[in-house]
Ligand binder design. Structure first.
Ligand SMILES: [Cu+2]
Length: 277
């Protein structure tokens, strides 16, 4: 047994290392959600599991009742029907029990709504802007640089890059940090969605929607635009790369040099009436 464990040890270590840098993406035939990697998504998954138990219970109970009624009270088995019209106990029960069930759903539901609404003390902010048909990101707390993120077309995919999900510039974010996420749009409705991290949030032109996330594990998390936004709606994926805080600081230094300042664009628009793009 010990020998076997010794053989398995490197394998377990490799798996653990791989687990810490997992990529979260859709898989063929997956049932249920992607493994949650942020507290908001963890709670959403838990709430979903609670609802699944409740609706399964209700469905099985109602189906059982209907089968019983159909067999027990059909014309053959029950030729002389009862004329009963009221049953106080039954009426009180079938009013009270649904109320109790609704309360059991409502209390955690409202708690979750307020929990996912906004971060109490966000450590940084990222702004997500939807365009037809790509995303751009701004880092207002780290020098206000901005960049666009386009899908990698099929003929340019490198090894390991998932088709329809890989992008040229990933959103790099630090783990274990409360991140305020501001989402808006430049043209039509889009929705920023990364199933492992965050619930989908609509990108509405002229309006900023807010939510937050705290990424638990390093890795690449994929998502897609989730609001039908035009012909290339299916080709504006989201890729979030979660790295350690130190790696994030290093990335910010290079990103500041590589990418434009968010306000330069606005300035050019104001001066010349045209954007830098
Ligand atoms: Cu879109």
């Amino acid at each position: 047994m010990i020998k076997r464990l010794r053989v398995l040890a490197p394998l377990i270590a490799t798996c653990a290392a791989a687990g810490s840098a997992l990529a979260a993406a859709p898989e063929p035939w997956r049932l249920g959600f992607q493994t949650a990697a942020s507290p908001v998504m963890e709670r959403i998954s838990e709430f979903h599991n609670l609802l699944l138990v409740i609706i399964t219970g209700i469905t099985v109970f109602v189906l059982g009742l209907m089968v019983y009624v159909a067999l027990r009270f059909n014309e053959n088995s029950n030729p002389v029907p009862s004329k009963t019209t009221h049953n106080t106990v039954l009426e009180v029960l079938w009013t009270a029990v649904p109320v109790v069930i609704l309360m059991v759903i409502a209390v955690p539901s409202f708690k979750l709504l307020y929990f996912m609404d906004r971060a109490q003390n966000a450590e940084m902010t990222i702004k997500v802007i939807g365009h037809q048909w790509y995303w751009s990101y701004e880092y207002p707390d780290h020098g206000d640089f901005t960049f666009d993120s386009f899908m990698v077309p099929d003929d340019e995919l490198k090894d390991g890059q998932p088709r329809l999900l890989a992008v040229d510039n990933k959103v790099v974010l630090p783990i274990d940090t409360d991140i305020r996420v501001l989402v808006t749009s430049d043209d039509v409705l889009h929705a920023w969605a990364v199933p492992a991290l965050i619930t989908k949030l609509d990108a509405v032109p002229g309006r900023i929607n807010e939510t937050w996330m705290r990424i638990n594990r390093q890795g690449t998390y994929y998502g897609q635009c989730s609001e039908l936004c035009g012909v290339n709606h299916g080709f504006m994926p989201v890729a979030v790369e979660a790295v350690s805080k130190e790696a994030f600081r290093t990335w910010v230094k290079t990103a500041k040099k590589e990418f434009a300042r968010a306000d330069t664009d606005a300035l050019q628009v104001a001066e010349t009436g045209t954007g830098a793009r």
